[in-house]
Design a protein around this ligand. Structure first.
Ligand code: ADP
Length: 511
């Protein structure tokens, strides 16, 4: 079996089929032979010997009829009594011909039949025909001596007939024995075929199971272990060639996966390290921005207030140029203060975590508009808003988002009176808000840049500002789990979009 395990599956199946076919052929030949012997033996008994025995009996009665006819005629000289003799002769010829045909395979019996014929001929020639002729001529019964003589001749015929009968009986006994033997042989052959077939099928099933099915199941089990994630589990290779080749392929695949996995793990570790580094340097930067802006506030406040003091006290006391220098210093200090305050607000986002509450965006928008009321009044702007949903947020931060976006829409207005439209739609688990204006618009190429801190597209003389507003909006929106972007599909004005997660029902009822 160890040898066959190394065979290819095709050869195992072919050999199994060949064994089965050879057995079936042998069974066919053996069975056919036994059945044909049985048929021959039965044909001999039923088709030849039994009819021959019957014909032998008919022959006997035809001869006895002849003898009775002749004896009666000889004793009584009555012609009517001779009839059995005449019909007996005809019947004898007919029966002898048929019997001769049946005895071609039995030379002994055929010889005996010829002997009967010879003796009957002798009896007829020497006794019957002369006696009939004599009685017919004289019209007198024959002598008792003659009748006795005829009887003696016929006894020889009887003896030959008995011999024929005996030979036929012996032949029948032999043929019966042959028939029984053939029937027994046939039975044995059929039983042997059935048992042999069962044994071969069982052996083939067992062999196929051990040589093919078990190795395939083993391979499947091994592959399943690998599929469960144990990539370092080597797949055992056994069984037919195809199964072993499959095992080899799985091993190659497994090793490839292992290699890729280890490369991936290295890359992952590298990425982890980098993102940790990045997080640390980001935190350091934020820390730095916070500390710098916080610590700068105090000296700056001092510089600004002393510059203002200088301005108030010495304005028009020095020459005109001195007044101008002082004005520059005051302006610079004021702008620096705004910048520092904005930066501080920016670096506070996410640093000081206040509780998120469920709040109506309508209320948040209202607060933002209240903060912008002066500008709205100044510009005559109109603000239009959809009914807005409730969200979970830090209210002051969310107010800043609306305020910065709407404030920009008013600041970067064109010649027309500003018109701002606030919309909202649901997109899966998020609300998508839109703030659109009819202002000067933004070129698509700046869509990303404008969200970077201190990045501005305009001169501060044309549009005042620090370049922190949108960076702040992005930080706040991302802090709330959403994202913000410039909608580059609008044809005029600009439109900012941002998303916030839809609150689940539990939160809503809590709020
Ligand atoms: P700031 O408004 O202080 O300049 P922001 O970060 O708010 O800074 O905006 C960055 C830049 O994006 C602005 O300087 C401006 O050029 C552009 N921008 C922002 N909002 C709009 C808007 N609604 N229309 C046109 N340009 C805008």
């Amino acid at each position: 079996m160890a040898e066959t395990r190394r065979w290819p599956l095709r050869r195992i199946i072919n050999v199994s089929l060949a064994v089965l076919a050879a057995f079936l052929l042998a069974a066919l030949i053996g069975g056919g032979f036994a059945l044909s012997r049985l048929g021959d033996a039965r044909a001999t008994v039923v088709g030849r010997i039994d009819p021959a025995l019957q014909q032998a009996l008919r022959l006997q009665s035809a001869l006895v009829d002849q003898e009775t006819g002749v004896r009666g005629y000889a004793l009584g000289a009555n012609e009517d009594v001779l009839n059995p003799y005449i019909t007996g002769v005809t019947a004898q010829h007919e029966v002898a011909a048929q019997l001769g045909g049946l005895l071609t395979d039995l030379p002994d019996a055929a010889a005996q039949l010829r002997r009967v014929d010879d003796r009957v001929d002798q009896w007829r020639k020497v006794y019957a025909q002369p006696t009939i002729a004599e009685v017919a001529r004289t019209g007198e019964p024959a002598s008792t001596t003659s009748v006795e003589q005829g009887k003696a001749y016929f006894d020889r015929v009887r003896a030959a007939l008995d011999g024929l009968q005996t030979r036929l009986n012996t032949a029948r006994v032999n043929a019966s024995d042959t028939l029984d033997g053939a029937a027994t042989t046939t039975n044995i052959v059929l039983v042997a075929i059935a048992v042999g077939f069962a044994l071969i099928v069982a052996a083939l099933a067992l062999g196929l199971r051990r040589a093919a099915i078990q190795p395939i199941s083993r391979l499947a089990e091994e592959v399943r272990i690998v599929a469960r994630g144990e990539f370092d589990h080597p797949v055992e290779q056994s069984g037919p060639r195809e199964v072993r080749e499959l095992g080899t392929d799985v091993n190659i695949m497994r090793e490839r996966i292992l290699q890729e996995l280890s490369a991936l793990q290295v890359a992952h570790a590298e990425l982890d390290k980098r993102s940790t580094d990045l997080e640390r340097s980001n935190a350091e930067l934020e820390q730095f921005a916070y500390i710098a802006s916080h610590d700068l506030q105090e000296p700056l406040r001092k510089v600004a207030s002393f510059c203002q003091l200088l301005e108030r006290r010495y304005k028009r006391q020095l020459d005109e140029r001195a007044d101008q220098y002082i004005a520059f210093a005051v302006d610079g200090a004021k702008r620096m203060q705004i910048l520092i305050n904005d930066l501080l607000a920016f670096s506070r986002v996410g640093r000081v975590v206040r509780e998120h509450v469920v709040v109506s965006c309508d209320a948040v928008l209202e607060q933002a508009l209240a903060n912008l009321s002066y500008t709205i009044e100044q510009t005559g702007a109109t603000i239009e808003a959809d009914p807005l949903p409730d969200v979970s947020a830090e209210v002051p931060l969310l107010t800043t988002v609306f305020q910065n976006l709407i404030g920009n829409a008013l600041k970067f207005r064109g010649d027309e009176t500003p018109h701002v439209r606030v919309t909202v739609r649901r997109d899966g688990d998020f609300w998508e808000f839109g703030v659109a204006d009819n202002g000067i618009g933004i070129d698509d190429e700046y869509a990303e840049r404008i969200f970077v801190i201190f990045q501005r597209l305009h001169n501060k003389a044309d549009y005042p500002g620090t370049g922190i507003g949108l960076a702040m909006c992005r930080k706040i929106v991302e802090f709330h789990g959403g994202r913000i972007w410039l909608d580059t599909t609008v044809e005029s004005g600009s439109r900012f979009c941002f998303t916030l997660p839809v609150i689940n029902e539990d939160e809503e009822t809590d709020g």
